[in-house]
Ligand binder design. Structure first.
Ligand code: UT7
Length: 336
């Protein structure tokens, strides 16, 4: 029997209008535009002035539903990858379900930081492949500005807010869609990138607030070293497993944490720079949103063609990392 395969049948993204430039950050912390651009590749990022992660997600999802021409009531499952849920509970998926009126869907949040979208895509694809579900929304959304310490120059220059969403449905041709996934976790990396306060270990108190424990902490150098190796290895692994050489891959979609990590990953994979999706300059690191944000922008510009092999790769807190291989099946918006 031919296996049932999940494919992306609609995609959308949203970034808030407010821009936070490197120049503006210069007024907030001891940093400068030249340092930020040369060390990270970031020129500016977007900030959601009002509202929550669910609001970012809803805007991305509305585009998905509109393009696919379906009502939210047809959605069966909503998976939300985020580290900035609207609140601890209920899950942001529940809040989104209510806001979009997806009354027939169940859903849940998934916490895998910058690898969140790939964890969610894999999970969603398996739900479709199982034959049980035919319309699964996979969302990567983060309002990073809600957990960034704008007094810490090590981290505040890196992050921005955004959301991306895809609809997964059964593929009409099993040769197309989400073909393969590899996901990894190494919990011993937890000490290098975390937000310590607010959980059951350190519930919010005056002391946790005074100690600035409700913000992101990152040992950038330590994460940088493992991110370069992890992302390149898992992306190469997915290529090898599927007998692909650099020339066979149309696009690499790397998590956008640092341009130097992206370049090193592409080099190790033998993929030329013109085949790497990069928008870190405009948005910084939007955590779970980076990969769908790239994919959606490139698709909107008509740069994705049916049959292209696309490798998605990410590395983030946990540590978590992974890669997915997608054979693109969605016609670009201009042609449809
Ligand atoms: O998305 C999740 C996974 N996260 C990542 O993949 C991020 C990985 N790490 C990185 O991207 C980089 O490590 C950073 C961009 C965070 C930092 O770049 P770096 O080249 O590793 O710099 P560094 O932390 O080693 O700092 C170098 C110097 C230090 O000064 P000294 O000690 O050499 O005098 C820092 O104090 O740069 C200084 N510095 C800054 N200077 C101006 C650190 N942050 C800044 C800043 N502006 N914002």
């Amino acid at each position: 029997m031919t296996p049932r395969r999940a494919t992306i049948t609609a995609i959308g993204h949203y970034v808030p209008e407010k821009v936070l430039s490197n120049k503006e950050l210069e007024k907030m912390v001891d940093t400068n535009d030249e340092w930020i651009r040369s060390r990270t590749g970031i020129r500016e990022r977007r900030i959601l002035a009002q509202g929550a992660t669910s609001d970012l997600a809803v805007k991305a999802i509305e585009k998905v539903l509109e393009f696919r021409g379906i009502n939210a009531t047809e959605i069966e499952v909503i998976i939300v990858a985020t580290v900035t849920p609207d609140m601890f509970f209920p899950a942001t998926a529940c809040i989104i379900q209510d806001k979009i009126g997806a009354h027939n869907a169940w859903g849940f949040d998934l916490s895998a930081a910058c690898s969140g979208f790939l964890y969610a895509l894999t999970t969603g694809a398996k739900l479709v492949e199982s034959g049980t579900y035919s319309k699964v929304l996979v969302v990567g959304a983060d309002k990073m500005s809600s957990i960034v310490d704008y007094k810490d120059r090590n981290t505040c220059i890196l992050f921005g807010d955004g959301a991306g969403a895809v609809l997964l449905e059964p593929s009409d041709d099993p040769g197309y869609g989400v073909l393969d996934n590899r996901l990894y976790t190494d919990g011993s990396g937890g000490a290098y990138l975390y937000m310590k306060g607010g959980g059951s270990l350190h519930p919010a108190t005056h002391e946790t607030v005074d100690k600035r424990m409700h913000y992101i902490y990152q040992d950038g150098k330590a994460v940088f070293k493992v991110a370069v190796i992890g992302m390149a290895e898992v992306a190469s692994e997915i290529m090898q497993r599927n007998n692909l050489k650099g020339d066979d891959v149309a696009w690499l979609v790397p998590h956008q944490a640092n341009l130097r990590i992206i370049d090193a990953t592409a080099d190790r994979m033998g993929i030329s720079r013109d085949k790497v999706m990069i928008n870190i300059d405009k948005y910084g690191n939007t955590t779970a949103a980076t990969i769908p944000l790239c994919l959606s922008e490139w698709w909107e510009c008509g740069k994705l063609k049916r049959g292209q092999n696309i490798v998605l790769a990410a590395f983030g807190a946990g540590y978590t990392w992974g890669a997915s291989l997608v054979k693109w099946s969605l016609a670009n918006p201009a042609k449809s």
